[in-house]
Design a protein around this ligand. Structure first.
Ligand SMILES: Nc1ncnc2c1ncn2[C@@H]1O[C@H](COP(=O)(O)OP(=O)(O)OP(=O)(O)O)[C@@H](O)[C@H]1O
Ligand SMILES: [Mg+2]
Length: 480
């Protein structure tokens, strides 16, 4: 492990890092920070939750001239929530220098953003669409920018975003530094990326697997119609602190969130059709713990850093291995343990092997739990609580009532009825869940066929050099 002091970082930034509780640099940080400070173009790839934000944030902050109230650094992120999160982390890193960092994203009042821009922030973190909007209105000028960073670079250079990214990069001076970061970087995307960069160095933190070893990974074979019951049983048995359930479509997410609430879980959904205010409030409630289960499309798969997420359930198997890596990477962050479970229907089993081959890690098979096991799980949770209460030794007030009860009934009967009262028994409230069509069956590819096996299902039509025509919206992407 390397200490931050060894990396050539300024005292002001070191002070901020200390305040944030960062002591040692993570491997991607110690590998990239010194190079980045030398203005070298970099592609940085490291596992989810290993501190890529600070890896690009620290040197950027150090290179900002505080005296110039001009935009000097720009970070592009694929989702609004991520733009906000990255801007917050950068603000903290920059607090020692008192830098201005502004998040710019769609769904927020543009006039408010224009007013904030007039204050002359040093760094902007934005989503591509809204950034372009400001560039076209000339409310953002990029001619003073010396550093540009694409967070989740592979996602941003995917079909749906590439034209926007190209347009933004065209407005930034050529003698800039360009940095790309992601946990995944499929070959064809890396090729596109290199077109925007000056002989980039590729820094891959050596890891045998693409996913973090701290995440236990399981798959559960289940029929489509049984998925929901299996999910609720797993939630009952595993009692996650915070859980994210990923579904394939917006409708799926809405229905799942509603169904979970009907069965007594506190769940809310997040997807691209909700208003920005709603998306933010759902996320806030989840972070605060007033929702236990966040149901999400892939919109929440990339980059979000929420501490306390102990379990990720892939209710629907992801369409491509990269999506799998990012989804499960919402747990097991910053050295913490996590568990990921992926539901697989018989017809979609080929997707499982594609994921395993790409991540170089086998998922362990888990049997779908039975009703009795779920009940047992709930009972165990109650037992734990009772033991805790006994240990708290604060029962004086209840003793007399307990003695009265024991006069008329034997001890086992009394305890059993308390257990029954406290245990959440299986709830069969009917729920409505429209069946998802299974993903198209894919013919298995040979492992040595790397390019193809890294290819995205959703990018079948993807041609690296010709992605310039925009046909309204984001053509090849799954709506999320
Ligand atoms: N050196 C460090 N010491 C302690 N905590 C750190 C350090 N660097 C980053 N962290 C914390 O680790 C968590 C994960 O960091 P971050 O979100 O940057 O990961 P990431 O690599 O970008 O993951 P993803 O691929 O999912 O986007 C954050 O809460 C961050 O504050
Ligand atoms: Mg990140």
């Amino acid at each position: 492990m390397t200490m931050f002091e060894e990396l050539g970082i300024s005292p002001a930034t070191l002070k901020s890092l200390k305040k944030m509780g960062f002591e040692e640099a993570t491997p991607i940080q110690s590998e990239t920070i010194p190079r980045s400070l030398k203005n070298i173009d970099l592609i940085g790839q490291a596992q989810t939750g290993t501190g890529k934000t600070a890896a690009f944030g620290i040197p950027l902050i150090d290179k900002i001239d505080k005296e110039k109230n001009q935009i000097q650094g720009i970070i592009i992120a694929p989702t609004r929530e991520l733009a906000v999160q990255v801007s917050e982390e950068l603000y903290k890193i920059g607090s020692g220098k008192r830098l201005g960092v502004l998040a710019i994203y769609g769904g927020q009042d543009i006039n408010r953003q224009i007013r904030a821009l007039k204050k002359g922030p040093h760094i902007i973190v934005g989503t591509p669409g809204r950034l372009l909007d400001h560039i076209n209105r000339k409310t953002i000028r990029l001619d003073t920018v010396h550093t540009v960073i694409l967070d989740e670079a592979d996602e941003m250079l995917n079909m749906g975003f590439i034209e926007d990214i190209e347009n933004i990069l065209a407005k930034i001076p050529e003698e800039r530094q360009t940095l790309l970061f992601s946990a995944t970087m499929p070959g064809p995307i890396q090729k596109i990326a290199e077109r925007f960069m000056k002989s980039p160095e590729i820094i891959r933190v050596k890891a045998r697997e693409m996913t973090v070893p701290l995440i236990e990974q399981y798959y559960v074979e289940v029929q489509e119609k049984n998925k929901f019951d299996v999910l609720t049983r797993l939630l009952d048995i595993q009692s996650p602190e915070l859980a994210i359930v990923f579904g394939r479509t917006k409708r799926r997410v809405d229905e799942l969130a509603e169904a979970l609430n009907l069965r007594g879980y506190t769940a809310e959904g997040i997807h691209g059709d909700l208003t920005q205010a709603k998306r933010m409030s759902v996320l806030r409630k989840f972070k605060e713990g007033s929702i236990d289960v966040l149901v999400a499309t892939d919109v929440a798969a990339r980059g979000l850093d929420i501490s306390g997420v102990t379990h990720v359930y892939n209710f629907d198997i992801p369409q491509d291995p990269e999506s799998y890596v990012h989804r499960i990477g919402r747990t097991g962050r910053a050295g913490k343990q996590g568990m990921a479970l992926t539901f697989v229907t018989q017809r979609e089993k080929s997707y499982l092997s594609v994921v395993e081959r790409t991540t170089k890690r086998k998922m362990e098979r888990m049997n779908a739990p039975t009703l009795d096991q779920a009940l047992e799980g709930q009972q165990r949770a109650v037992l734990d609580k009772i033991v805790q209460t006994i240990e708290s030794n604060n029962l004086q007030f209840y003793r007399q009532a307990a003695e009265e009860l024991l006069r008329d009934h034997d001890a086992v009967t009394v305890v059993a009825s308390v257990l029954k009262m406290l245990t959440k028994e299986p709830d069969n409230t009917p729920v409505k869940l429209t069946e998802e069509k299974p993903l198209p069956q894919r013919r298995d590819k040979k492992p040595q066929d790397r390019r193809r096996s890294q290819d995205y299902n959703r990018n079948k039509n993807y041609k690296p050099r010709t992605a310039t025509k925009r046909t309204g919206g984001k053509p090849s992407r799954t709506p999320r």
